[in-house]
Design a protein around this ligand. Sequence first.
Ligand SMILES: C[S@@+](CC[C@H](N)C(=O)[O-])C[C@H]1O[C@@H](n2cnc3c(N)ncnc32)[C@H](O)[C@@H]1O
Length: 245
Amino acid sequence: MRMRKKKHGDERRAALSHMLITADALTPGTARSHFADPTRPLMLEIGCGKGDFVIGMAKRHPEWNFLAMERVPDVILCAMEKCHEAFGGTAPDNVIFCIANANALTDFFAPGEIDGIYLNFSDPWPKSGHEKRRLTYGSFLADYRTVMAAGRPLTFKTDNRGLFDYSLLSLEANGWKCEDVTYDLHASRWNAENIVTEYERNFSEKGFSINRVVAYAPAENPAELPKIVMPDTDSVGDDGKTENH
Ligand SMILES: C[S@@+](CC[C@H](N)C(=O)[O-])C[C@H]1O[C@@H](n2cnc3c(N)ncnc32)[C@H](O)[C@@H]1O
């Protein structure tokens, strides 16, 4: 996510440090200890952006803990400030933000430590040469499977049809069971329970329909990463964005 540098970012993050951990604090088996009630199920959002989704989920599910991971410190600051305000100027006891890159999840979590993962409007990386950077590439799925138990859900939504089609192929080739697939979430029976993210609001206002899948982790990871064959969509930039991202 592109963002102008925040003024006094370090001081503002420090003021909300009770809601924030850095990657160093995440070692396998410790994530739950950062929450008031470590016995609750632990959900992970990867790339939380400015936080609308995790704030909505935390309000709806006070019985779950949410770890909102984001690699850009100024973006996470925005999410934290919004969250603090949304909970009346206090920190909810079921949300922790974490500045970290999700490309090292098995360094952060023990096998089976996470109960569910959310990917919302992940960067599409449309060039075929950048396939490995997509958050639904086989190596990421293998890490998700390792940090979650078999049968745990990965929920993925995006406006980007190319990324969605790729992701369905990748999930299925890696043994995940895809359910509740929709190519128009807002017109679907699941819309009433949907929590809209910042990107989702923006793209749907521009007329893009929203794709969504809930995929369940396989019994085990495949021995080798399967090859996914997709049409080349090299028409746009090499920074992970398409014309609408
Ligand atoms: C396109 S934005 C979507 C933001 C938000 N989820 C939404 O739907 O509005 C993708 C976000 O994911 C973050 N991100 C991308 N790759 C990441 C990674 N490997 N680890 C952590 N965050 C990542 C980016 O910094 C960006 O804020």
